[in-house]
Ligand binder design. Structure first.
Ligand code: AMP
Length: 449
């Protein structure tokens, strides 16, 4: 559904266009019409889902063309998030008469007091502690607040803000609309929610349409035959700390595990044919860092709990878009940052596009600057083992001039056949914040990809 159909006033639609948004994200499509009705909302949406606009736009629609007063309070756990919300809100309301302000700790309170007492704001974004300080100094009056937003509410509670939130709730008019955004519902938050919300509507994007925040996604186009070589290269260039590589079949997982092992990676395979104790051992080994890479099938991607994974790599593009979301959900738990890479052969382009439609955004296409995309694939020995003496295998390690560690530090290849740096990004794309290369700069090309 386009933004124009969500019931927003023209001035805000202009703001949306100016912000460069074309299509609402799933949370926006669901939450905006509901919020415009004025009901209380609890939404399970995270940073990266477009949740800020999901609450800012309907609130602005409600506040437009009214006499100025502090009518909307947005509470956020950190000053970074508060500042980010304020910036987005200002952006979106640039064609309206609304004023947005932000107050948070860690900076001088004086200018914040002057802002509140002086020109005033219609929407105030605040961290709880600083808001209470200001209120204690009688620099802010909350009697006109009609809409309250608790953003990243679980994080606020995790950070010990529950008592502050309760105090703030008591300072606000009872007759108001409240929206709460929270990825999880810890018990302490339940209490706050009971006090804050009245008969809320749950906006729960089914897990299958949600991708986890904190995940940086990238697609690596490569021919089918070079996938293992590219994967090997990626594993070497990227500073990983716990990787799951997904393969489509059990056999494929076993084969890939053997190939990676042969190339020097500490690896185990996890799939339905493994006994429970083998699976548990593989997971334990990954958690403890005894192995660096777990090659798994989709069966293994559901219901396993591997926290602190930094990378999920899809060796095959999942055929069902839901599997993509499940797979990449293994990483970036609990606000950690995670990367999800997908190796995509030309035949898999359509499946990848279906995934992008499903998750509602395009994923950046990335090529590794000095990886030789035209080379012959490293041949496999009969059983993917015992082929160490083969020329190609040797060349793999040596095609940049002697051993993996010997790849030239600036990413330039000593061979003349390397693919020029190329970056084709689908839109909308997001930057790939690669982890810092482990050694000097062998992955220097990645950072900008
Ligand atoms: P948020 O989850 O609100 O932090 O938003 C994450 C990022 O997505 C921000 O950079 C927004 O500017 C951007 N964004 C939000 N909504 C849309 C949209 N409908 N289309 C494209 N980008 C969006």
């Amino acid at each position: 559904m386009p933004f124009a159909k969500l019931g927003l006033p023209t001035a805000l639609l202009r703001g949306v266009r100016a912000a460069g948004y074309h299509t609402p994200t799933p949370i926006q499509s669901k939450a905006i019409p509901l919020a415009l009705e004025g009901v209380d909302i609890v939404a399970a949406a995270q940073t990266g889902s477009g949740k800020t606009a999901a609450f800012v736009l309907p609130i602005m629609a409600r506040l437009m063309d009214r006499p100025h007063a502090l009518r909307c309070l947005v509470l956020a756990p950190t000053r970074e998030l508060a500042a980010q919300i304020e910036t987005s809100a200002r952006d979106l309301c640039r064609f309206t008469n609304l004023k947005v302000g932000v107050v948070h700790g860690g900076v001088n309170i004086g200018p914040q007091e002057r802002m509140l007492r002086g020109e005033g704001v219609d929407m105030l974004v605040a961290t709880p502690g600083r808001l209470l300080d200001l209120q204690g100094r009688q620099s802010v009056a909350l009697d006109d607040v009609e809409v309250l937003v608790l953003d990243e509410a679980d994080r606020m509670v995790d950070m010990g803000f529950a008592p502050d939130l309760k105090r703030i709730l008591r300072l606000l008019p009872k007759d108001r609309q409240t929206m709460m955004f929270s990825a999880t519902m810890p018990p302490a938050l339940n209490e706050v929610a009971r006090e804050a919300l009245h008969d809320p509507v749950r906006v729960d994007l089914s897990p299958s349409t949600r991708t986890v925040s904190g995940i940086t996604q990238a697609v690596y186009p490569v021919s089918r035959g070079l996938k293992t070589d590219l994967l090997d290269e990626l594993l070497r260039r990227t500073d990983t700390d716990g990787v799951i590589v997904f393969a489509r079949t059990k056999r494929g997982a076993d084969r890939l595990a053997r190939q990676l092992e042969k190339r020097g990676h500490a690896v185990a395979a996890l799939h339905g044919d493994r006994t429970q104790s083998q699976r548990e051992r593989a997971l334990r080994d990954l958690k403890r860092g005894r192995i660096a890479v777990l090659v798994a099938t989709d069966i293994a991607s559901r219901g396993i709990d591997v926290e602190d994974l930094t990378h999920v790599i899809n060796y095959d593009v999942p055929m069902a878009p839901e599997d993509y979301v499940h797979r990449i959900g293994r990483t970036a738990r609990a606000d950690a940052k995670g990367d999800a890479f997908t190796l995509m052969s030309p035949e898999e382009d359509r499946d990848m596009k279906a995934i992008e439609r499903f998750i509602g955004k395009g994923i950046l296409r990335v090529t590794i600057p000095d990886f030789d995309y035209k080379k012959q694939p490293t041949p496999m020995s009969g059983e993917e083992r015992g082929g160490g003496g083969r020329g190609r295998d040797r060349e793999r390690g040596g095609h940049s001039g002697g051993g993996h560690g010997g790849r030239s530090a600036n990413g330039s290849s000593s061979g003349g056949r390397s693919q020029p740096t190329r970056q084709v990004s689908s839109t909308p794309s997001e930057p790939v914040h690669g982890r810092k290369p482990r050694r000097q700069a062998p992955g220097a090309g990645r950072k900008r990809m």
